[in-house]
Design a protein around this ligand. Sequence first.
Ligand code: PYC
Length: 430
Amino acid sequence: MATASHQRQRLRARPLARFSALSLVRQGLTRADWPRVWQHRDLAGSYEAVVVGGGVHGLATAYYLARNHGMRNIAVLEKSYLGSGGSGRNTAIIRSNYLTPEGVRFYDRSVRLYEELSGDLNFNVMFSQRGHLTLAHNDASLRTMRWRAEVNALEGVDSGVIGPAEVARLVPQLDMSEHAHHPILGGLYHPPGGTIRHDAVVWGYARAADALGVHLHQSTEVTGIDVVGGAVRGVQTSRGAISTPVVVNCTAGWATLIADMAGVALPVTTFPLQAAVTEPVRPFLDTVVVSGSLHVYVSQTARGELVFGAAVDPYPSYSMRGSLQFTESVAGHVLELMPALAQLRLLRQWAGLCDMTPDFSPVMGITPVEGFFVDVGWGTYGFKAGPVAGETMAELIATGKTPELIAGFDLARFADGRLVGERGAAAVGH
Ligand code: PYC
C-alpha cells in the first residue's frame, strides 16, 4: 500500500502546470484534451464512510481521512456542484482573533494549516495575510477588544489593541474625524488575518482527495439516513442506496434537515447573510476592515474588487436572494467609513446560509446515533475553519477519540450548560 508521503509525491507530480498560454486558449475553446481535475466515478454500493456536503469542510474531512489515516473507501456526496454552498458564498476572510480560549486555539490551528495549504495541496490557494482590523466606535467595543487581545496573547496569537493614529496609518481612507457619525476610537489589529481564494481551497482539496482515491459525487442528494438499533447502517440518495457505518454531516444551511434524517435534533437556526462586490479599482486597501457596530466588513481582492459583507439578515430563511435593503444599508455603512468610495459601482451581490447556534460556536463530534457525526452550526465563520475542522473530524472518525481542540464544541454542551460564547468575536453584530 502506498504511504501518505508517496501519495503526496504522486499528487505533486500531476501535470497541472504543463500548459502554455496558447494551449490554454485552444483547450478553452475546443475543450480538447482538457484533463479532469477530479474523476467521475460510479456510486459504489458501500463505503467505509460517507461525507454529506461537498464544501471545504466535507472535502477537507475526506482528504485528511485518506491522507492522515489511510481510509480510502470514502464518498463525498454533494447535491449540487462542489463548493456550491457556503464555501462559494462567503467573503473569504481568515483570522483567529476569537474571544474564548477554545475558539482561539481552534482557529489558530486553522490559520496554520491555511499557511501550509498551497504547498500541501500543490495548488495555489492565494492566502494573503494582509492583516485584519476590527474598528472600535465606542468604549464597550474597546473593552471587548482588550479582553480578546489578552486571550489571544495567552494563546500565542498575534493581535493587539491599537489607537486612532495607527488605525489611520493602516487604512488612510477611513474617515477618522471626531464628528463622524461613528467616530473611530481604535481597533483590534491581527496581522496574521487576511483573505484567501475560496474556490481554490475547494478545488485544491477536491483534487487532492480524488488523487487519494476518495469518490466525489456531485448532483447526488441525500434523501434518507438508515439507522438501525441506534447505529448508522446506510444512506439513501437520489442515485441509489449506499451501505456505510459512518455518516458525517458537513452541510451548512441544510444541517438540521440532514440531522433530522438520522433522528438527531440540532440547536441551529438558519439565516441568510448577504455580501456584494464592486467593480475593480487599483489596489489601495491592504487590510481587512471590520466594523461590528456598522455591521460591515470590507476587503480588496487580488483583482481589485472590493468585497463588502454584512450581518445576517434579520429573519431566519433559506432564501439566497439578494435584497435592495441590504444593498442600501451596506453601501451607506461603507460610505460612513470611507466616504471616498462614493463613486464606486457595485457589480453583484449574493447570499449564503448561516447556521447559527445559541452560543455562536460550532457543533462538532459524536451524536446519540452511533456512526453519525456532525460538523455543523458554523454561523458566519465556517470557511475559515475548513482545514482544522477536516483534520479534527477525520481524527475523531478514524480513532474514535475526540481531539482536545474540538472537545468543547460537542452537541451535549447545550444540555449540560457548557456554552462557548463567541458572540463578542463575531465579525459583526448579529
Ligand atoms: O467572522 O470573520 C468573520 C466573518 C467575516 C464575514 C463573516 N464573518
